[in-house]
Unconditional design. Structure first.
Length: 535
């Protein structure tokens, strides 16, 4: 592994995201001989790309171990290994201009593309710009590089609306339901939808219909798959596709339980830990969760093979065919974790007793339920309407007197507001379950993983130990109760409650030292090098 990366120049996107950040930290920690990593990053509203990047380096918990290892030399180490280029994936030449993009590409050995939009039902304009155009624009740069190599991180769920064993392959121009299609014509059709539809809902409706017609459940899988087909059709690119399943809390690196943002299982765990207990899913279907550090290690191995021009076309990074966990098991473990959470919280003894007996369980989503979300939502709305009608009559004060009537009216207003909030919350849950239904209820996926297992077989014993895929021996009970749920409680569930999650305190003096090193680097005479800086 070290020999494969030694002196190499890697261009990477998406390091501000959950997986990309863990991969970057892992590579820097385990393969310090890597020549240069150029990070492509864009600014955010109110925050420039450089400011955003320095904040990641100075305070992200993912890089905590590297900050502790290098201590006073951390800025020097990172500045020696990393360059940041401000760019925009949605723009031709990444917004750098053709000349600068070609200068950057000249020394790149491999492009690793993590960046992407993961919302299931986004505005197609955003999905087109990030998932499709972004992939095409970064692949243009990869095609100009000396190795013409690109590692594209997609999703295993480009498999679409199918059940059963999913092979590690891509058949360009054939959709999940077997319909032949032209990737370039489909790309043009999506562009037309984004240009011609005037409202967001119209664009979502039209793009979703095209996705369903071809066998993809939503805009996310549709646009990621379309990118795969467009990239795989290029003759000027050595493409390697990495398809992880549901990427969740770290098992060990950077530390157990690390998570970030609201990933796939966080809303499900949040829902299962509430009073809602009839969960529409198939208990025997596989819940293909994989720790983020396992994906980062495997992507490093795949990238090393790509650098040797020995990688396969497609790799699944999954647990369903190696060490499967079912939805029924995940629901039971979440219920157990939820009872532990309720015991720790400051609730009354009555609340604790009630919540302990509201364990979630899997139900058939095709059968109407008197305890399902539509029923509960309708009853909350009906109660709110009756309370509002009672308040509108203004008879309580005449019946009960001014003092008592005023207090009762105040309580009824609060109850009416609670009903409104409950109806809205249940509506959000209903919408979330609609989006998740293909993956938790309708289809049962079994992803082949032969290619990643063969990749590990090529490593020497030391590298197999250090870069182990490591999913075969996961104890799902331990992982779910002691790693996943605590990680979500700390890093993800507060975001669903509208709370802020704090990172590490910024490393004192880091930004100033970095800027000094940057200024010194620009002041030095230019010496020809394989790794160039664009800025």
């Amino acid at each position: 592994m070290r020999e494969s990366f030694a002196g190499r120049h890697i261009l990477v996107t998406g390091v501000s995201g959950f997986l990309g950040k863990v991969w970057l930290a892992w590579l820097l920690q385990e393969v310090p001989d890597v020549g240069r990593i150029t990070v492509l990053l864009r600014g955010k509203k109110g925050q420039g790309a450089e400011q955003r990047f320095l904040r990641i380096l100075a305070s992200s918990p993912v890089l905590r171990a590297l900050r502790q290892r290098h201590r006073g030399n951390y800025a020097e180490f990172m500045h020696d290994k990393i360059r940041m280029v401000e760019g925009e994936l949605g723009q031709p030449w990444l917004g750098l201009g053709e000349a600068a993009a070609k200068r950057l590409a000249a020394s790149v050995d491999v492009v690793v593309h993590f960046a992407g939009m993961t919302d299931f039902e986004p505005d197609p304009r955003q999905a087109l710009a990030i998932n499709v155009l972004g992939s095409l624009h970064i692949s243009d740069l990869a095609a100009l590089s000396q190795g013409k190599r690109m590692v594209y991180v997609s999703t295993a769920y480009v498999a679409g609306n199918v059940s059963g064993e999913i092979p590690e392959r891509i058949e360009v121009g054939r959709s999940p339901n077997g319909t032949p299609f032209s990737p370039s014509e489909e790309f043009e059709a999506l562009q037309a939808i984004c240009q011609q539809s005037s409202t967001r809902s119209e664009r979502i409706g039209a793009a979703s219909e095209r996705a369903r017609r071809l066998g993809w459940p939503n805009i996310y899988t549709y646009t990621k798959a379309l990118s795969e087909h467009l990239l795989a059709a290029r003759a000027d690119l050595h493409l390697t596709i990495v398809r992880p399943t549901i990427v969740e809390s770290a098992l060990r690196f950077p530390f157990p339980g690390w998570n970030e943002g609201v990933n796939t299982s966080a809303p499900l765990v949040w829902l299962l830990s509430s009073s809602f207990c009839r969960f529409p899913s198939r208990a025997h279907h596989r819940f293909d969760v994989i720790p983020v550090d396992a994906v980062a290690r495997a992507t490093s191995v795949i990238t090393a093979l790509a650098l040797k021009d020995r990688s396969e076309a497609v790799y699944h990074l999954a647990t369903s065919s190696i060490n499967p966990m079912s939805f029924g098991r995940a629901i039971d473990l979440t219920a157990l974790a939820s009872r532990r959470m309720h015991d720790r919280k400051s609730r009354s003894s009555l609340e604790k007793r009630i919540l302990k007996h509201l364990d979630a369980y899997a139900v058939d989503g095709d059968r109407p339920s008197r305890l399902g979300l539509p029923f509960l939502r309708a009853n909350a709305r009906q109660l709110r309407d009756r309370l509002q009608a009672l308040l509108a009559e203004k008879r309580l004060r005449s019946l009960l007197g001014d003092s008592l009537g005023s207090r009762v009216e105040d309580k009824l207003r609060r109850l009416s507001m609670a009903c409104k909030n409950t109806e809205r919350r249940w509506g959000q849950m209903e919408e979330m379950l609609r989006l998740y239904r293909p993956f938790i209820h309708d289809k049962d996926y079994l992803f082949q993983t032969r290619h990643i297992r063969e990749a590990y077989a090529q490593l020497n014993a030391e590298d197999r130990r250090r870069f182990a895929f490591g999913v075969e021996g996961i104890d799902w009970r331990h992982y779910w109760l002691e790693v996943q749920i605590p990680g979500l409680e700390r890093w993800s569930l507060p975001l669903l409650r509208g709370e802020k999650v704090e990172g590490d305190p910024p490393l004192e003096g880091f930004e100033e030292r970095w800027l000094d090193l940057q200024q010194a680097a620009f002041a030095r005479p230019v010496v020809p090098s394989r790794a160039v800086s664009v800025g």
